[in-house]
Each structure stands twice: as C-alpha cells, then as structure tokens.
Design a protein around this ligand. Sequence first.
Ligand code: HEC
Length: 325
Amino acid sequence: MKTTTAYLRVIGFMVLAFFLLELIVDSGETWAIVKYPIIWAVLGMVLLIAIALEIIAAALQRILFSGLSPEVKENFLAAEKVREENRFGWFKRKYEEMLGAKPMEKEQEIVLDHNYDGIRELDNKLPPWWVYMFYATIIFAVVYLLRFEVFDGYTQIDEYQTDVAQANEDVAEFKKNNKDLIDAETVEQLTDPADIAAGKTIYTDNCVACHKDSGGGGIGPNLTDDQWILGGGIKNIYHSISEGGRAGKGMIAWKTDLKPSEMAQVASYVMTLHGTNPADGKEPEGEIWTDGNTPVEVNEMTVDSTQINIEATNNSVSDNIESGN
Ligand code: HEC
C-alpha cells in the first residue's frame, strides 16, 4: 500500500507539472507539448526528481524506523495501519451516503407488511444520488426555459450559422496556407489584385510569345474572345495551362514549370482578359463558351516527338523574348 501511494504521488506530481507547463507556456491553439518538444525533456527531469524524492523519503523513514525501540516500532506500525485504512475513508463515507441504502441489519425497519408467497418488499428511499440529479434537471429546465423561451436566447439556426461561418473561416485559412493543393477540379478564380498581378507577371514571362501581350493571340489562339478551343471558365483554362493543348499544336503542359498556385494565378489573369477585344486580336477559334456547360474533355497530351519539337519552338521563342525581339 505504501509503494502504491508513492506511485500515485509521482503520477499526481507529473500531471500537475504537465498542466502547469501548459498553463504558463504560451503555445497558441496547439498543446505546448506539441509545439515545444523540449517540454518532454523538462517533464522527464521532473519525473526523475519526483522518483528521487520518493526514494529519499522512503530511505529516511527506514533509517529512522530502525533506530526505534521495539514497542515504539509496534505503536508506529499500528498507527500506520489506521492511517492507511482512513486514507480513503472520506470517499467511502460519501459514497455510502449517496447510495442511501439501509444496512442489512436494519432492513427489518423498512420491510412492508405484505407477503406474496414469501416474497417481501423493502420500502427503500430513493437513493440521494438519483434525487440530487433529478433536482438538477429541474433547475436546468427552469434556466433553459427562461433563457431560450422567455428571454431571447440563440436559436438552432443561429447556432448553425455560427458553425458555418466558422467553417468558412477555417476553409479560407486552410486554402491560404495550402495554395498549391488545387487542381483543375477545385481551382477557383482568384480576384485578389496581388494574385492577378502575379498572374500577369507569369503571363508576361511565359505566354506572350504565342498569345501576345494583349491576349489577342498569335501562334496560340485569342484568349480574349468568347470562343474557346479547349473550353472556357477558370477550370478549363486551368486544365489547358496545366495539361497543355492538343498534341502538336504548340501549347505545352505547364505543370512541370509552374506550381498549381501559379497556374491558378495566370489562369485568373487570363480570365480578366476576356472581352478586352484587342485591336490585333486573332480570329475566334473553337466554340462559344457559356458558363454552366460541362467541362470539355481534353485529350491527354501524349509524349512523342512532337512534344520535343514544341519545346524546341518554345525555347527559341523565349530566346527571342530575352533578346528583345
Ligand atoms: C509555344 C506557344 C505557346 C505558349 C508559350 C503558350 N501557349 Fe497557350 N496555346 C498555344 C496554342 C498553339 C494553343 C492551342 C492549343 C490547341 O489548339 O489544342 C494554346 C492554347 C491555350 C489555351 C486554351 C485556349 C482555348 O481556346 O481553349 C490557354 C488558356 C492558354 N493557351 C494559355 C496559355 C498560358 C497561360 C501560357 C503561359 C503560361 C501559354 N498558353 C503559353 C500556344 C502557346
């Protein structure tokens, strides 16, 4: 029993140390122990100290004990035994009080006077734990009624809306931190001026050679009109940029050069070119795109000799850009 209490003391000490550390170390929304793994080391030290203290205390007790005279020893052991027994006495008493059961020897007092074939009944009182809980539900009901029916508490609809608002915030936060976690299915048109500006830079660096500064088109099709060969709308445009055009046409798959976030930016920039109607615009190609159409299936570009040619063209084009032609 003595060693058990020593263990319990050490565990209690550790739990206390843990919560104290969580309380004083500011770690934002995560647990301090997750954010600062050094806390494991601190807790390890605390554990060592706690064990050392227990060992020292036990050794001291043993030394003092061995120096006692025999009858004092006996008294000490007897007193120790009583202490052990009383240790959980308070809990035990409270527990029995809450059960409210009549002890067996007093059952005679509450036996009812009917008797069915020898089966008799005890008139037990309701156990206090049950009664107190019942009172608690009554108090709860009154408070609830006043709060939500008499005074204007929040409704389930309010609760729902708060949750949805919170969820939207979380989603926005997640998207902000995971900008590259998008594909043609999940991409959304970006409207932030910073994103559009970044998209414009990417466009100027990579796309003007074939689509012109204005988007009016040259080697590549006009990006400003209503007609799209591979489908309009942010998702199709993203898909065209990421996977490239039809084999042999000259539009490579940009997913090897650009990050998903960058493709989303340049796709969003392309969206802003729509309807600008540049003077040097190429003849429309493809079908008129209206939103709500199912996304156009684009053939996967096959890697063959044409692709190598395309890349060669692309390189010479960018060389031209660099040399200012
Ligand atoms: C080497 C020339 C070339 C370069 C560089 C180029 N494209 Fe293209 N692009 C094309 C061609 C050619 C097509 C038509 C593909 C087809 O018909 O399948 C095209 C098609 C497209 C389409 C689909 C148009 C439609 O009508 O469906 C988009 C969007 C597009 N390009 C955007 C871009 C962006 C953004 C860049 C820069 C990251 C870029 N392109 C760079 C040649 C190019």
